[in-house]
Write a protein that binds this ligand. Sequence first.
Ligand SMILES: CC(C)(COP(=O)(O)OP(=O)(O)OC[C@H]1O[C@@H](n2cnc3c(N)ncnc32)[C@H](O)[C@@H]1OP(=O)(O)O)[C@@H](O)C(=O)NCCC(=O)NCCS
Length: 190
Amino acid sequence: MNDTIAADSLTIYPRQALPEKWFYQIIAFLRINHTEGFVGENQFRNQISPAAYHPVSIVLGRGDVLIAHTEVLWKTITHHEQDYIIYGLSGVLVYPAFQGQGYGRKIVQAGTDYIRNQPNADLAIVICDAQNVAFYEKCGWQFVDNRLLLGDRSNPYHSEEKFALRFLSDRAKQHQGDFKNSPIYFGDEW
Ligand SMILES: CC(C)(COP(=O)(O)OP(=O)(O)OC[C@H]1O[C@@H](n2cnc3c(N)ncnc32)[C@H](O)[C@@H]1OP(=O)(O)O)[C@@H](O)C(=O)NCCC(=O)NCCS
């Protein structure tokens, strides 16, 4: 029961390359911890995120044991008549036995670094419940006093969730002011 495997490993996998041993630990955690995403028409959901968001999983494990995970996703949004490629972190998790030991910060840092290295990234976003804001702030993300609009563009609704933004490209930095006071249409949340 006490096999000792010395080192943690941090590995980045595009969706098609994610080994099953990690996939099933990630999806099992999400099914229990984010129940709302796995009910109704999603009762038999067997993917972490839709392929349309170009998912890449970052996995921190030891041997075959999953410790922490985040997914990096991206899509295009239009705000004030500008198109932006927006990356985001999703599926951030630390298995309970490893919480409170700095793994959450480590996996968020790895995801954030990965996004920073994407040459096409204009913006980066983290969307979360109010209860996780302090955690992401400790990881260096700054929350915006603004609202996200979700759903159909012709009849969107305000998200209740909080979000933090980073401005990565020069163009996004030049237009930073546009993101302060007018709600941002995000479409379907990932
Ligand atoms: C949220 C979660 C990822 C944090 O992971 P973790 O490994 O426990 O976090 P860390 O140990 O790296 O903590 C980093 C810092 O954030 C703080 N922190 C961690 N969770 C926090 C929370 N929920 N609220 C406020 N602060 C928090 C820690 O105290 C620590 O601060 P310190 O450096 O001043 O001591 C983890 O609790 C988890 O998986 N929760 C369930 C899934 C979830 O809610 N994911 C987020 C979805 S948006």
